[in-house]
Design a protein around this ligand. Sequence first.
Ligand code: URP
Ligand code: ZN
Ligand code: ZN
Length: 460
Amino acid sequence: MSLLIKNGEIVTASERYVADILCENDTITHIDKNIPAPKGAKAVDAKGKFIFPGFIDPHVHVYLPFMGTFAKDTYETASKAALVGGTTTIIEMCCPPRADDLFKGFEFWMKNAAGKSACDFTFHMGVSKFDDKTEKQLREIVKRGVSSFKIFLAYKGAFGVDDTELYRTLKLARELGVIVTAHCENETLIAERQKELLATGKTDPGQHYESRPPQVEAEGVNHLMSFAELTGAAVYIVHLSCREALAQAIAARQRGVRVSVETLIQYLTLDKTYAERRGFEGAKYVMSPPLRDKSNQPVLWNGLRDGLVQTVATDHCPFDFKRQKVMGKNDFTKIPNGIPSLEDRINVLYTYGVKAGKIDLHTFVNCASTQAARTFDLFPRKGTIQPGADADLVVFDPDYRGRISARTQHVNVDYNVFEGWKIEGRPSVVTVRGEIAVREGTFVGKIGRGKFLQRKPSHF
Ligand code: URP
Ligand code: ZN
Ligand code: ZN
């Protein structure tokens, strides 16, 4: 089976040129000018379009048991949404709650995804406790092709680890060459502030921010940095939202800590005033860490531009507004935390980042694809366009004009935080290992085509 993409402008993290791309079976086999079409090849005319490597979202939740409910996507809905939005690989947080067996959790998450995804996928293995069995189980999970862990410094009792568990996880990761992704917020500060706010009758969604101000996140980052420094483990800060937290990461990097930083499309474009909206509307915008003051946005955009922030993810975590967010109607601490955005990350990043002049095209590709591939042991199979790489390609139409709406989205949730926002450009054709999965906003792929991506640790 072959596919020939003609005359597109190929853009990677470092190159930009016009050429044809020949894909045979799963792989890019040839890139050149005027490649003759092999007999029986499908052809796509990409004149006037960009061709980007398939985008990678390194932080999503498809299934997440959390705050008394569940994130509501399935692999079918999430992978369709990802592909329509140009994301061809997702890395899901496999998060067995502390009370559950870690290995059974891994098998459960795998069963949930295998054979049901239209895009490729892998997991960060959540370590929600470190007991007698954990080390053996983690060694086995790494052997099965998972080369990154996930730990939470917040959400104690659910997923959060204590300092002994944190230290042991990082030591093991260091030995195995595994990178540890981490949610950094100080749990004690959050719990105390939540109590104080509720005691004074402050129950609305806007109070979520007050319970988790920037210092709470910066303290979490500093905490992780100290442990990473002492163990030598490579770490990756998920969903970094503010200048105070970034300053801690940069200071640690200067001391030699191996740390990468992820921010989210939400922090780049939304701010805390959304969560202050009246009539409980603000609950749609409650996530952790919270949306910040707008003055943080240039810090994050400039961080991407200057290489201080490596990736843009979504932390996609879909909870319905009407049936799930409403659980926190009279108490903001009970609003399920999460803002879905898997489908919109690329279009919003392109429109409000590239078109707005905040980042260039190479930075766009780098932070939404290449860096995630490099950090999580997928490069050069994913994250670039070159012979031998998987033929995951996004033919992107820069002339498309449209608006985002929950009415037309594929994610399984009843709202969209970017409702009505203009987009300038979108994927017109998306391929998964050489097969067309999307045409002009319509999913035409196959459920079950998505593969589990085995990865080998590299962070020794
Ligand atoms: O609010 C958030 N971020 N929800 C998803 C769980 C997590 O912390 O990543
Ligand atoms: Zn988190
Ligand atoms: Zn998350």
